[in-house]
Design a protein around this ligand. Structure first.
Ligand SMILES: [Zn+2]
Ligand SMILES: [Zn+2]
Length: 117
């Protein structure tokens, strides 16, 4: 099974965590696990260079963000990276600092495409 780790930043505390994803046969992904990781280890593991394309559904036991507990996330339209989402109408991207004033509701259907990184 193809598995990958993508990085997300918590919108509440700006800390980084990894989301483990596993590829489904049809090309979409399951989010199976989320874990705290330091930026340094994430870089050492090469997680900051991972790109995936397709929707990311969560499994039943996906634990959510290890910091704020949310299961939802949004993608920044400027830098393409993902942030926790706690139903804020607008949110500053914790990666690039720009105001994401056009929040796309992630829920289950999402596309983190390579060309946006
Ligand atoms: Zn969070
Ligand atoms: Zn950004």
């Amino acid at each position: 099974m193809e598995a990958n780790v993508i990085l997300c930043r918590c919108g509440k505390c700006s800390k980084v965590y990894g989301i483990r994803v596993e590829r489904m046969p049809d090309g979409d992904w399951w989010r199976t696990w989320a874990f705290k990781i330091s930026e340094k280890s994430a870089r050492n593991e090469g997680f900051d260079r991972n790109h995936i394309r397709g929707n990311m559904f969560e499994t039943q036991d996906y634990p959510g963000c290890p910091y704020c507990g949310t299961h939802e996330f949004v993608q920044c339209g400027y830098c393409g990276r993902i942030n926790c989402w706690n139903h804020e109408p607008a949110l500053y991207c914790s990666w690039c600092g720009k105001l994401m004033d056009n929040i796309i509701v992630a829920r289950d259907k999402f596309d983190v495409s390579a060309n946006q990184f």
